[in-house]
Design a protein around this ligand. Structure first.
Ligand SMILES: *Cc1c(COP(=O)(O)O)cnc(C)c1O
Length: 345
């Protein structure tokens, strides 16, 4: 049986959170605000809504998740770090993650002094749920999954993720930063079925807003209440909240961008695959792909010399000689292809 209370660190379960002026006063109409020691002059003089309710209402409508099941943070990075601070007792608890995957899960484990157990994906980058679950012991609080996965690009099989969710009694985080580029059903729509699920989304990828630093976590309202307890009171500033609302008010661009990026993706994969210096291009459900080259280091430096920067992943497990390439504009993609065609080993 899943029991949230048994997973949460005692100090967090018992925590009395900071109560800010904007929390205490809520609801009734008021015009004189002399409760928060702000300067009454200026345009950015007021503290922002600590729970970002107006913004969450818009996100709720777009994502199909109730407002009380949404946490917003300073990038997904905050949503990742808080998982450790809520659930993992330093030097006692551990987490399990797939490998290779996004680096922040491991960095945040190190910062929080929590053991990080990496379990390799299969050679085709699919998930072996049995192998992952054998790494779990009684001190495992969290399993990290990323789907579509970074840097491999593939969506993990839904049945394997569901097995992890049902057989593991701790928290399962499914990072769906790239779900907008995938045909797979997003896990955020299944929060009701999995009380131990946290889904991460971000404004940084399809929503073209990496600069404003806004990440989302979707989970049961009990888990979201824990996030709200632990986060900094005003963790999402007002400029970010306003800009995010602007983005949500005009989603037409975003649909056009998605269509363009998907058609560019469909064109560039086979074009790279047929280059003599490319050994394999891996199927992708994201806005990037992994290509195994004859000599990734040399090709990487050759591209840098031509002002083209890709991500060299050749020192990552299972990714020997691999470059990770983001889908750019048609011009950028052509520049890459042109340069790769001219490469002479
Ligand atoms: C890019 C990315 C994110 C986004 O992080 P932000 O802090 O929201 O910019 C999250 N998860 C993965 C796997 C990513 O690749």
């Amino acid at each position: 049986m899943f029991a949230l209370e048994n997973l949460v660190r005692r100090n967090i379960w018992n925590l009395t959170p900071y109560s800010c002026a904007r929390d205490e006063f809520k609801g009734r109409a008021a015009s004189v605000f002399i409760d928060a020691n702000e300067n009454p002059y200026g345009t950015l003089n007021r503290y922002p809504d600590p729970l970002q309710e107006e913004l969450k209402a818009k996100i709720a409508a777009v994502k199909g998740v109730p407002s009380e099941c949404i946490f917003l943070g300073n990038g997904s990075d905050e949503a990742i770090d808080l998982v450790y601070r809520i659930f993992c007792e330093p030097r006692q608890d551990n987490v399990v993650a797939i490998a290779p995957t996004y680096g922040m899960y491991g960095v945040c484990a190190d910062i929080n002094d929590v053991e990080y157990r990496a379990v390799l994906l299969n050679d085709d980058f699919s998930l072996d749920a049995d192998r992952l679950l054998t790494a779990v012991d009684e001190r495992t609080k969290v399993i990290w999954l990323c789907s579509p996965n970074n840097p491999t690009g593939n969506a993990l099989q839904r049945e394997a993720i569901e097995r992890v969710l049902t057989e593991f009694q701790g928290i399962v985080v499914v990072d769906e930063a790239y779900a907008d580029f995938s045909d797979a059903r997003p896990f955020r729509l299944d929060l009701d079925r999995f009380p131990n699920l946290i889904v991460l989304n971000t404004f940084s990828k399809l929503w073209a807003s990496a600069a404003i630093r806004l990440g989302m976590a979707f989970a049961s309202k009990e888990i979201i209440a824990l996030y709200n307890k632990v986060k900094y009171p005003y963790n999402v500033n007002i400029l970010t909240q306003r800009q995010a609302m602007k983005v949500l008010d005009d989603l037409r661009h975003i649909d056009l961008w998605r269509a363009t990026l998907l058609s560019e993706r469909a064109a560039i994969l086979p074009a790279v695959a047929e280059l003599p210096i490319c050994k394999a291009v891996y199927p992708t459900d994201a806005n990037f792909f992994l290509a195994r080259m004859t000599d990734a280091d040399c090709i990487y430096h050759y591209l840098v010399d031509r002002g083209i920067i890709v991500r060299n992943r050749s020192r990552v497990q299972l990714c020997g000689n691999c470059l990770r390439i983001t889908i750019g504009t048609p011009q950028e993609n052509n520049a890459l292809l042109g340069a790769l065609r001219q490469y002479r080993p």
